[in-house]
Write a new protein. Structure first.
Length: 349
C-alpha cells in the first residue's frame, strides 16, 4: 500500500474513533443535490466514545427537503439516538432497532438527531447520510363540484417520484378524509396536510393524524404532499364543508384487490362513507348484513359525493339484489341512517 495513503487512512480512523465532535452542517452545504454525512467527512460509521452526547441539527431552507438515512450501529443497551422530525414525530433508536432507518425533513424546518452513549464503552457506531432535494412548486386547482368526487391517490403526491404538491381551493372550508383499509397509522407519517397555501401555511399536519378522524381546514385552501416512496393504493378524499355537515359523520374507505371488511354504526344518527378504488373502475360488495336497525332506517348507495347531483345506485332496504353485488364505478357514497351495517368489498386490480 502507498505509504501516504496508509497514513491518511490511519489518521482518518483515529479521527473517527477518538476525535468525534459535534460539528454541525454549515449553511454552505445545504444545497439542492448535495450529499452530507455526519459526523462531517466520516468515511464510514463512526465509533462512539463513552459519555458522548451531541444533538446534530439538520436544517433545510424554503423549497427544499432532506432525506436522512441513519446507519444504526448501537451495541450498548443504554446507548440511544433520538430523531425528532417535527410535527409530532419523534423516534428513539436503540441497539434493537433496524440497522438502516430513513427520516425526512419538511421544507423550511429543522430536524434534530441526538446521539447519546453512557459511561461504558460498547464500541457503538453510527452514521447519518443527508440528501438535500428540490421541492417542486405546488400545482393549484379549484375543488371540483357537482358529481365529481375529489380524491387524490397517495402515489400521485410523492415528491421523490417527481410529483408536485397539490393545492386545492374552494369558496368554503374543506373536509378531508383518508380512504384506507385498516392499515397502521405510521405508514402515513410522511404524507403531509397543510391548512392553507404551501408558502403561507396556517398549520401543518402529518396524514397519520387523520387515520381515525377527519380534518376540516380553517381556510378555504388545502395542500397535500408526500416525502417518501412507500407504494400505497390509498387516497385522500376532499369535500366542501357544506357536503360534510349534512351528516353526523363523513368518512372514506379504499377498495383494494384484497377483501376489506367494513362496519358502520349509524344507529340514532346519519352517516356517509365515500368509497374509492384508485386502480379499478369496479367495486364489488359481498357479505352484506344489517346487525341492527330501526323501522325507519335508510341504507342507499349513490353516485359521486353526497350532494344534489348524486343518483341512486342501490336502495339496500327496498331493492332486491344478489350478492356479490358489483358496482361499475371507481367511487360512490353509502348513506346510512338508523341502522348498523357490515359488509366486505374488493376491486379487481
Amino acid at each position: 500500500m502507498n505509504r501516504n495513503l496508509f497514513i491518511f487512512l490511519l489518521f482518518s480512523i483515529i479521527g473517527v474513533t477518538h476525535g468525534l465532535d459535534c460539528t454541525q452542517i454549515p449553511d454552505s452545504a445545504i444545497k439542492n443535490g448535495y450529499h452530507v454525512v455526519l459526523p462531517l467527512n466520516s468515511p464510514a460509521p463512526a465509533f462512539l466514545p463513552p459519555n458522548f452526547n451531541c444533538t446534530y441539527l439538520i436544517k433545510v431552507f424554503e423549497m427544499q427537503y432532506a432525506t436522512i438515512t441513519l446507519t444504526n450501529g448501537l451495541l450498548g443497551s443504554n446507548d440511544f439516538i433520538i430523531v425528532d422530525e417535527g410535527f409530532g414525530k419523534r423516534t428513539t433508536v436503540t441497539s434493537r432497532s433496524s440497522y438502516s432507518l430513513t427520516f425526512y425533513v419538511f421544507p423550511n424546518t429543522t430536524a434534530s438527531v441526538q446521539v447519546t452513549t453512557k459511561s461504558v464503552n460498547m464500541y457503538s457506531r453510527f452514521l447519518i447520510d443527508i440528501d438535500y432535494e428540490k421541492m417542486f412548486a405546488p400545482y393549484a386547482f379549484p375543488l371540483q363540484k357537482y358529481e365529481v368526487m375529489n380524491y387524490y391517490s397517495l402515489r400521485k403526491l410523492q415528491v421523490p417520484n417527481y410529483y408536485n404538491p397539490q393545492t386545492l381551493y374552494s369558496k368554503e372550508p374543506i373536509h378531508l378524509s383518508l380512504a384506507q383499509a385498516n392499515w397502521p397509522a405510521t405508514i402515513f407519517d410522511n404524507y403531509f396536510v397543510i391548512d392553507g397555501d404551501f408558502n403561507t401555511p396556517v398549520s401543518i399536519h402529518r396524514l397519520s393524524e387523520f387515520v381515525d378522524a377527519s380534518f376540516v381546514t380553517t381556510t378555504n385552501n388545502i395542500t397535500l404532499l408526500g416525502l417518501d416512496k412507500t407504494v400505497l393504493d390509498f387516497a385522500i378524499v376532499l369535500n366542501p364543508l357544506s357536503e360534510a355537515v349534512k351528516f353526523d359523520a363523513l368518512r372514506a374507505e379504499s377498495s383494494l384487490k384484497a377483501i376489506h371488511r367494513v362496519t358502520i354504526d349509524a344507529m340514532n344518527s346519519k352517516k356517509a362513507v365515500e368509497f374509492v378504488s384508485v386502480n379499478s373502475n369496479q367495486i364489488t360488495l359481498t357479505s352484506i348484513g344489517f346487525s341492527n336497525y330501526f323501522p325507519n332506517r335508510t341504507a342507499k348507495i349513490v353516485t359521486g359525493p353526497p350532494n344534489s347531483y348524486s343518483e341512486l345506485v342501490l336502495d339496500m332496504v327496498n331493492d332486491e339484489y344478489i350478492q356479490p353485488f358489483p358496482i361499475p364505478l371507481r367511487y360512490f357514497t353509502l348513506i346510512l341512517e338508523n341502522c348498523s351495517l357490515t359488509f366486505s368489498l374488493w376491486s379487481p386490480s
